[in-house]
Ligand binder design. Structure first.
Ligand SMILES: [Zn+2]
Length: 116
């Protein structure tokens, strides 16, 4: 099959292939390899948040659906790049703390989490 044929194929076929590198992706290009954010209840002025682009990612696997500490495999709907999303939660008397981490995974790393 010539290389160009895949480009014209329907969405199902294209979904299996990486359509574009993450550096060219309108979502992933706005995300660093590692993103982190920190929120403390009662100290909102110091809070940081993940970039809005992080909210465009789709959850592929939820490893801890019932925990207040999340561990999710997420995927970019555009370029199919995988991310690991983790949160940590600490209850403190003077204000609970929430931490979020988003790490871009290589194909090999993503395959490991997909197999879990
Ligand atoms: Zn992307």
């Amino acid at each position: 099959m010539p290389a160009g044929t895949l480009q014209q194929a329907n969405g199902k076929t294209m979904a299996k292939k990486k359509a574009i590198p993450h550096t060219k992706c309108s979502i992933c290009s706005r995300l660093a390899d590692v993103e982190s954010a920190f929120q403390k209840y009662g100290w909102e002025e110091d809070n940081t948040y993940l970039p809005a682009a992080a909210g465009k990612l789709e959850v592929v696997k939820d490893f801890k659906p019932y925990s207040s500490r999340k561990l999710q495999l997420q995927q970019c709907p555009q370029c199919k790049t995988y991310y690991l999303y983790e949160t940590d939660y600490e209850f403190l008397v003077n204000g609970s703390e929430d931490e979020e981490y988003l790490r871009r995974l290589s194909d090999e790393q993503a395959a490991e989490y997909l197999a879990k």
